[in-house]
Every structure is written in structure tokens, then in C-alpha cells.
Design a protein around this ligand. Structure first.
Ligand code: BG6
Ligand code: MG
Length: 216
């Protein structure tokens, strides 16, 4: 039997739109206008690395204290934006797969860069589905580094080759592949071309394929 490891933002819930709103406001504070395509490159990477990219694109230099201030501002705004988020924002197909894992006792981990992952899973009532939650508070390196997924595999006591990762970001697909795992891309086929399977939505994964992915 294989194990499943899920990314959070963009796979389980569409928080990308809230991250985008919050980052745009931070960019505006140093007269930088964050485009949608630049925002694509922020998917899957940590908050601090995202700010460094924004500053690079905006050709702005800040000292450590100023950066910490912006990181706190960004997160406060983001937390405000997700305050009202509820179960209705769980993306299509997620609950079907999670119920399948529960019925078949498939080990499940979260592998997310977000330091807000526990809070979000709790808000969505999804914590009981996860045997392990690995998030931005547990790892040193951002995706595409495989650390977050390797730690998930270790916690699930499953070999990397027997893990199947669900991801919406190209950095996450790269992380899963460099960990030696099977990568399922959810989203733009061009962006996720290195994945083993690509879907527009998790809803497209039928029971036959789920059983094949789980090796049951
Ligand atoms: C990733 C998101 O999952 O988590 C990124 O794709 C986000 O957009 C990153 O910046 C860090 O999240 P947080 O919640 O710790 O700021
Ligand atoms: Mg994501």
C-alpha cells in the first residue's frame, strides 16, 4: 500500500487568491505591482522566500527588521482574509479522496510550506484525516527542496518511492520528483508538465485510478 501526501494551498483549499491579495498590498507599499504571472512563482514557496522575490522584482532593498515588519503585516492581512473561510471552500474532489483514504486505511500526510496549515485544516474540520501534518514550522528549506515531503514520508513510516504527492505548484512537483515520489499535478498542464499525472481538478480522479495510486 502507498501513502498519500497533500499540499494544502491550491490543492485542498483555494487560498492562493488570498495570498495574492495580501502580497499585492505588500508590493504596493514599495510601489511594486505584483502581476498574476509573478504570483504563480510564489506558489509553494515560503513566506520569507516570497518576500525576497517580491523585493528582487521590485528592485527594493530592506534590512532584516523592515523585512520582518512586512512579513508580519502580510500574515496579519492574510489571517484577516481567511477568517471567514469555511468547509464550503474545500476544493472539489478533496473529500472523496480523503474519505477513500480513511475507508482503506491509507496513510496520509500534509506537506505544506505554510505556517498557517494547522489552523486552516482545523477551520475546515479536516485534521482527523491526517496521520501527520508537516508544515512551514517544521522545515528549513522551501520547495523545490524535498525536505517537507521526505519528513512526511518518514512520519508515515513509508518509503519515498511509495508516496504519492498531490500538488498545484511547479516548485512542489519538482520537490516530489526529487524526493523520488509519484507526483500528481492539479492545475495548469504547462506549469506542471513534470508531474506523472496532471488533472484540472481532483474531481477527475476516479476510483480505479485512486486504487492504482494507492497500490491496493
Ligand atoms: C504555500 C503557498 O503553501 O505556503 C504560498 O503556496 C505561501 O503562497 C506559503 O506563501 C507560506 O504560507 P504562510 O501561510 O506560512 O504564509
Ligand atoms: Mg500549493
Amino acid at each position: 500500500m502507498n501513502a498519500f501526501i497533500f499540499d494544502l494551498d491550491g490543492v485542498i483549499v483555494d487560498t492562493a487568491k488570498y495570498h495574492y491579495i495580501a502580497w499585492r498590498e505588500i508590493g504596493a507599499s514599495f510601489n511594486f505591482k505584483l502581476s498574476e504571472s509573478q504570483n504563480e512563482n510564489l506558489k509553494g514557496i515560503s513566506r520569507a522566500d516570497s518576500l525576497d522575490l517580491l523585493l528582487k522584482w521590485g528592485e527594493t532593498d530592506l534590512d532584516a527588521d523592515q523585512k520582518n515588519e512586512l512579513l508580519a503585516q502580510k500574515n496579519n492581512h492574510y489571517l484577516e482574509l481567511i477568517q471567514e473561510m469555511g468547509k464550503d471552500e474545500i476544493l472539489p474532489g478533496v473529500l472523496t479522496i480523503l474519505n477513500f483514504t480513511q475507508e482503506n486505511k491509507i496513510p496520509v500526510a500534509l506537506g505544506s510550506a505554510s505556517k498557517n496549515a494547522q489552523l486552516i485544516l482545523k477551520k475546515l474540520d479536516l485534521l482527523p484525516y491526517f496521520n501527520s501534518v508537516v508544515d512551514g514550522t517544521h522545515v528549513k528549506q522551501s520547495k523545490p527542496n524535498p525536505e517537507v515531503f521526505l519528513l512526511g514520508a518518514q512520519n508515515l513510516k513509508t518509503a519515498a518511492e511509495s508516496c504519492v504527492v498531490f500538488e498545484d505548484a511547479s516548485a512542489g512537483i519538482a520537490a516530489a520528483k526529487s524526493a523520488g515520489m509519484t507526483a500528481i499535478g492539479v492545475g495548469d498542464p504547462e506549469e506542471l508538465k513534470d508531474a506523472d499525472y496532471i488533472f484540472n481538478s481532483l474531481e477527475e480522479i476516479n476510483l480505479t485510478l485512486l486504487k492504482k495510486l494507492a497500490a491496493i
